[in-house]
Design a binder for this molecule. Structure first.
Ligand SMILES: Nc1ncnc2c1ncn2[C@@H]1O[C@H](COP(=O)(O)OP(=O)(O)OP(=O)(O)O)[C@@H](O)[C@H]1O
Length: 220
């Protein structure tokens, strides 16, 4: 595989918040490459640095030292982020919420219908299209949040604790949606989780502990 097939590369990438005595090293020099088709779980307890690492991969934070680069990807267009917190707009129905990033990017509404319908279908939420966020469950809302990312057809999906606040069965369904979508679109998928059962469903797992990304445990 050539170098430009690599979507994102972290080389000794570190992220420190604050300075001096109160500085917190959220990520110690992390080395990581993500390629098309990868299915990676970053596993660790609360505060271990998982979100911080994901933010580096997304380009939302700049490394304090080391580098993060995207040789085979335009990070402003090719990355889809699924956040843990509820992020649906209450006044918009499910279809409008799913279309929102495309509309904000300037796509005419008529051209959003197909990708929105496809994305809702992929997560099994087509029947919710006309409902408002207050009319759906937390698990359904999280699947819609996944659909909203899928509608943008990202080549790299970064999901930060997408199942964190859901019961086990609902969380498994959200993960099903992410895995199915990644398989069908060929996207790479990175999921952070503290749940070993969720991590077990990804192909490769890497543990994080006190900001350190530990060696790979490849289960494929
Ligand atoms: N904006 C910030 N300013 C200061 N410290 C921060 C900031 N963001 C994170 N931290 C600190 O960095 C460390 C890693 O936090 P991070 O959120 O990356 O961990 P996490 O593993 O994702 O935790 P959780 O599962 O609870 O979200 C923690 O000590 C946290 O308090």
């Amino acid at each position: 595989m050539s170098g430009t097939d690599v979507l994102v590369v972290c080389e000794n990438a570190a992220l420190t918040f604050g300075r001096g005595a109160t500085a917190v090293v959220a990520v110690h020099g992390a080395d990581l490459s993500i390629r098309p088709g990868d299915r990676l779980a970053i596993v660790g307890p609360s505060g271990s640095g998982k979100s911080s690492l994901l933010h580096l991969l997304a380009g939302l934070e700049r490394p304090t030292s080391g580098t993060v680069s995207w040789p085979g990807l335009d990070p402003s267009a090719g990355i889809g982020l699924v956040f843990q917190a509820d992020s649906l707009v209450p006044a918009l129905d499910v279809a409008e919420n799913t279309a929102l990033p495309l509309v904000l990017a300037g796509r005419p509404e008529a051209q959003t219908r197909r990708p929105v319908a496809d994305a809702l279908d992929l997560v099994g939420a087509s029947d919710l299209a006309d409902r408002l966020p207050e009319e759906i469950s937390g698990g359904q809302a999280q699947r819609v949040a996944v659909a909203r990312v899928l509608a943008q057809q990202p080549r790299l999906i970064l999901a930060d604790e997408p199942t964190g606040r859901l019961d086990h069965a609902t969380g498994a369904r959200v993960l099903d949606a992410l895995l199915t979508a990644a398989d069908r679109t060929g996207a790479a998928l990175v999921v952070t989780t503290h749940d070993p059962a969720i991590a077990a469903r990804l192909t490769v797992r890497r543990a994080m502990h006190d900001g350190r990304l530990l060696a790979q445990e490849d289960v494929s």
